[in-house]
Structures are given as structure tokens and as C-alpha cells.
Design a binder for this molecule. Structure first.
Ligand code: FDP
Length: 335
């Protein structure tokens, strides 16, 4: 028989702390919303869903119609669930409080409703990324939202591609599901996914290379020259984080978005991009750092905080980390 996301999480709950039907109810809100988004994306130019909305979000980015639709859909499906204390979205400046009662509103869901907006109109993969946090008893709700990533209860993403896949972790491995359009359900297709220890690809926006800090430039040159365990690398960059990450999870290698002149703190968002993907990477045997520190140990200061990100197989992430540390040691010697 098939295993859906809800059945899977219920079996998992027998083995981990979040032992309640509430949790699978939250995931059902996410699968419902992402199936609705998938249906809209699938129609492409046949619906009125492509193109810009004519508005700008809190990040100063032009909102696409599908950004707005995906956000409204997630807010609607998750906002009706009592266990949700607050929803935090890339598209909203402030958290949306759903249930302030700490006894029933126990979870905070943070999400990027539609990642990779620049790819929507050109029929290239986009995705949804989410992170589930548990409200900290006795603390104001705002403080619970700004938890370091290692405290995530679950995280996952959906890639809207040639097939639509749902990948999640609840701290007990990484599991992948494929949407079966015939029955309208995400069906388990890969259990306990593992990221290869070293991979064949690096994935980055190479146009920014001249403005990266030195260790990142040295790192990419090492990969190009086959100087990491003699492996020859190819380059792959889709420009949708979730799709680039999904390939890295399956095939191995590294995705990196270093600091640039334009985004000295990095471009990607800590709470709803870097944290959930880093949790998944670690659960699959990979690693994720901001250059110097483990992403999951970063203490967020604000909900839309940006970070640099290096995520992928252990061999590549460790090699970049060593170069950053060497640069810091050299600078210390010189000063
Ligand atoms: P987008 O701006 O198209 O929404 O964080 C957003 C993101 O895409 C990521 O999905 C992607 O990895 C990155 O930005 C692409 O940035 P560049 O265009 O600067 O390469």
C-alpha cells in the first residue's frame, strides 16, 4: 500500500517527541496548500497566474502573481489550524498571530511561499520552503520565533518540477514523496535519504565571483582544477534555491551563496531558507555553514535576516570552512 506524508509522520511520531495528531494536521495544511499551488503552476500560461502583480514585498522585490497566490494559500490553510500560534512569511513584514493562547497555539510555521520567483514565468522549477518551530513555554511569542535553527521541530520543501516532490525531516532522517496526480496525494518514494559525501557539482551564481571574499574564490578554483580529492566538478545553477538544493541532496556537491558587494551579509534568508535546508542537509549526512559557523547555531536577530550559505556534502563544506579559517589565521598573523 502507499504511504502518504500524514501516514508517514504518524508512524514517525511513535519514535519522536512530537507525539500528537496535531503535528500531522499541520503537515496536512502544508500538503494541501502546496497541492493548490502546484495546480496553479501546472496551468502556466493557461491561467492568469503568470507575470508581476505590480506590488513590492518587504524585501523590496517585485511580487509575482504566483508569490501572492502561494502566500495567501498557505496563510489560509495553516491559519485555520488552532495549533498554529503564528505564521511568518517572506511576503509579510511582520509575523501573523493566529492563536496567542500558549496552551493551544503551540507551533510557529515559517515559510517562503514561492522560492525562485525569477523562474516562474520561464517554466523552470520553483518551490516552497517551510520550517516548524515549537513555542517556548513562558516566553513571549516573538522570542519563540527567533529560535536558532537547531531547535526546529521539522522542516521541508516542495519542488514544483517535472514531478512535484515533498521532502521533510522531523529530526529522524529525511524522507521524500512524489505527488501522484491520479490520487492527489504525496506518496512516499524515498525514505532515509542520504547526501553523498562528496559530489560532482558546485552550484553558485558565478557572475558574482569577483566580489566574493578570497577564500570563496580560492575554493571554487580548487573545485574547477580537480584539487579536492582529485574529483572533477561540473557547474549547475538553476537560480531557485530549493531546486539547486534538491539536486545537491540527491547527487552531492555544494551550493553556495557567499557574501557579495551587493549583499555583504549574504542574500538568502536565515529563518525560511537557510535554516530549513540546513536541517535537512544535516539530517541527510551533509553540512551547512555561513562561512565560519554552523547555520543551525546562528541566533536570529530579526525575521527577515539574511545570511551567506554554504550547504551540501561534507567534503566540500569542510574544505571551504578550512580555507575561511586559514584566511582568518593569516590575517591575524599579519596584524
Ligand atoms: P529569487 O530571487 O528568484 O526569489 O532567495 C531567492 C532566490 O531566488 C533563491 O531562490 C535563489 O537561489 C537566489 O535568490 C538567486 O539569486 P541570484 O539571482 O542573485 O543568483
Amino acid at each position: 500500500m502507499i504511504t502518504t506524508v500524514q501516514t508517514h509522520i504518524r508512524h514517525q511520531q511513535q519514535n519522536f517527541a512530537e507525539a500528537s495528531g496535531t503535528f500531522s494536521w499541520l503537515l496536512s495544511g502544508l500538503t494541501l496548500a502546496t497541492k493548490m499551488v502546484e495546480a496553479k503552476i501546472r496551468l502556466g500560461g493557461l491561467s492568469d497566474a503568470l507575470g508581476a502583480k505590480g506590488s513590492v514585498n518587504v524585501q523590496g522585490e517585485v511580487q509575482q502573481k504566483l508569490d501572492v497566490y502561494a502566500n495567501e494559500t498557505l496563510l489560509h490553510t495553516l491559519g485555520g489550524r488552532d495549533a498554529v500560534a503564528a505564521l511568518v512569511s517572506e511576503e509579510n513584514e511582520e509575523p501573523i498571530i493566529i492563536n496567542a493562547d500558549p496552551d493551544s497555539g503551540k507551533y510557529i510555521i515559517v515559510f517562503d511561499p514561492l522560492d525562485g520567483s525569477s523562474n516562474i514565468d520561464v517554466n523552470v522549477n520553483v518551490g516552497t520552503i517551510f520550517s516548524i518551530l515549537k513555542r517556548t513555554p513562558g516566553q513571549p511569542l516573538e522570542a519563540s520565533i527567533l529560535q536558532p535553527g537547531h531547535q526546529q521541530v521539522a522542516a521541508g520543501y516542495v519542488v514544483y518540477g517535472p514531478s512535484t516532490v515533498f521532502v521533510y525531516t522531523a529530526g529522524n532522517g529525511v524522507h521524500g514523496f512524489t505527488l501522484d496526480p491520479a490520487i492527489g496525494a504525496f506518496v512516499l518514494t524515498s525514505e532515509q535519504m542520504r547526501m553523498p559525501e562528496q559530489g560532482p557539482y558546485y552550484s553558485t551564481n558565478e557572475a558574482n565571483e569577483t566580489t566574493w571574499p578570497l577564500p570563496y574564490r580560492q575554493f571554487i578554483n580548487r573545485l574547477r582544477r580537480g584539487q579536492l580529492n582529485g574529483k572533477t566538478y561540473s557547474s549547475r545553477y538553476i537560480g531557485s534555491l530549493v531546486a539547486d538544493f534538491h539536486r545537491t541532496l540527491l547527487k552531492g556537491g555544494v551550493f553556495l551563496y557567499p557574501p557579495t558587494d551587493k549583499s555583504p551579509q549574504g542574500k538568502l534568508r536565515l529563518l525560511y531558507e537557510a535554516n530549513p535546508l540546513s536541517f535537512i542537509a544535516e539530517q541527510a549526512g551533509g553540512a551547512a555553514i555561513d562561512g565560519t559557523q554552523r547555520i543551525l547555531d546562528l541566533q536570529p536577530a530579526s525575521i527577515h535576516q539574511r545570511t551567506s550559505l554554504v550547504v551540501g556534502s561534507r567534503a566540500e563544506v569542510d574544505a571551504l570552512h578550512a580555507l575561511v579559517q586559514k584566511e582568518a589565521a593569516d590575517e591575524k598573523k599579519e596584524s
